[in-house]
Design a protein around this ligand. Structure first.
Ligand SMILES: NC(=O)c1ccc[n+]([C@@H]2O[C@H](COP(=O)([O-])OP(=O)(O)OC[C@H]3O[C@@H](n4cnc5c(N)ncnc54)[C@H](OP(=O)(O)O)[C@@H]3O)[C@@H](O)[C@H]2O)c1
Length: 362
């Protein structure tokens, strides 16, 4: 592997800092910043929560007068607009930075190049693209939503070695082990919403919330994902466990007064693509985790709406009467849905595959 340049080392530190906000900044992006003077870090910061200062502000506060003539490493293009906080690009100019190195440009139409422009116009040297791929991973959803109006969709499936996800009766506890189920908590926690089908709620009486995370002692500090149930016939019982915290539940289905009284947000019945667009536009939900049975998973896959498949495979066989993970009825090899393998990790006794859809054929 090629040795890292000094710029890459500082940017990696900024990425590490940004990651500290991964469960709490939603719907804002994760951003980290490091200010370096004469080869020494003089200021560091990350964006901890929407409404709180941006990463650059914390780093500049720490650096104080030492920011003058220094270099700032920022994982996302500094903002150029007045939101709940003043624009960071202006702050960097006022603090007297000599150089700003940015990992990812910000496609947010309110920023899109304007942050860099403010810096350049003030005579600050700017470089964009250092560690861009790594920094992009911090904000897959935010960056996709800003660029396309669609959220980043992860589909999680836990299956047996023979590709089965539940028994014919609907019983499915448990196929994968404790570690894999703990791992799923991370994907939920970085998501703006978890989407499921009504039949999973009816079969499992699941809550789909985040209950524990390895790196977080106090779970109340994270922003819980919304739980969205797709229920076109209004079958969700009011006794469902998921309604114990109705303020984070959304239901796509016929309007029901009793759900409105609980404070549940109700969404009109619409195709999956339009639903996803609405989540971005009206609810600032940029990362979606689909955790459903095969019916809804298959619908997402066949509509081409999945950006990443997270497949946990358990070392067990459930037999041919158990439910399959994918319900499509293909008759020709040309119809198959192929994926490109991004990562394989052992999680306890199970294996986690991270895959992205591929157009390539063998
Ligand atoms: N192993 C795993 O990873 C995993 C994960 C979750 C669940 N499960 C298991 O899966 C089983 C349930 O699977 P399932 O396939 O019966 O149910 P499902 O996929 O969870 O839900 C299917 C229902 O979603 C509704 N829906 C709403 N919009 C839809 C759309 N655009 N396309 C398709 N469906 C839509 C439909 O009901 P309406 O027409 O009434 O709206 C449909 O019947 C349970 O046994 C559960 O334990 C396994």
């Amino acid at each position: 592997m090629a040795e890292l340049t000094q710029d890459q080392i500082w940017m990696r530190r900024a990425i590490e800092l940004a990651r500290q906000g991964q469960y709490s900044t939603k719907p804002n992006p994760n951003v980290g910043c490091v200010i370096v003077k004469d080869g020494i870090i003089v200021g560091e910061g990350f964006h901890p929560k929407a409404g709180q200062p941006h990463a650059e502000v914390f780093a500049m506060r720490q650096a104080g007068e030492q920011a003058r003539g220094a270099t700032a490493y920022v994982t996302l293009e500094p903002c150029a607009h007045y939101g709940r906080t003043p624009p960071c690009a202006k702050g960097l100019v006022e603090a007297g930075l000599a150089k700003v190195i940015v990992a990812c440009p910000d496609p947010n139409p309110l920023v899109a190049g304007k942050g860099v422009q403010i810096l350049k116009e003030a005579g600050i040297e700017v470089e964009v693209g250092i560690c861009e791929d790594e920094a992009h991973l911090l904000n897959d959803g935010f960056l996709k939503a800003m660029a396309t109006g669609m959220p980043y969709v992860r589909l999680k499936i836990a299956s047996s070695l023979d590709g089965r996800t539940a028994m014919a009766s609907g019983e499915s506890k448990w196929i994968t082990g404790v570690e894999a189920r703990q791992d799923v908590q991370h994907w939920r926690a970085i998501s703006g919403a978890v989407i499921t089908g009504i039949d999973t709620v009816l079969a499992d009486d699941c809550q789909l919330n985040v209950r524990s995370l390895k790196e977080v002692d106090d779970i109340s500090t994270i922003v819980q994902p919304k739980r969205i149930i797709l229920d076109r016939q209004g079958r969700l019982p009011l006794t469902a466990k998921i309604l114990e915290n109705p303020e984070t539940v959304m239901v796509m289905g016929p309007y029901r007064q009793e759900l409105a009284e609980l404070g549940v947000i109700q969404l009109e019945i619409q195709p999956l693509k339009e639903l996803l667009q609405q989540l971005v536009q009206l609810h600032q939900i940029y990362d979606v985790l689909v955790e459903s049975g095969a019916t809804l998973s298959t619908a997402f896959l066949q509509a081409g709406l999945v950006d990443e498949l997270i497949s946990y495979v358990a070392p067990t066989l459930l037999g041919q009467t158990a439910r399959s993970m994918f319900n499509a009825e293909f008759s020709r090899m040309a119809e198959q849905l192929r994926f490109k393998l991004q990562d394989v990790t052992r999680v306890g006794d199970d294996v986690r595959f991270r895959l992205i859809p591929s157009q390539e054929t063998l």
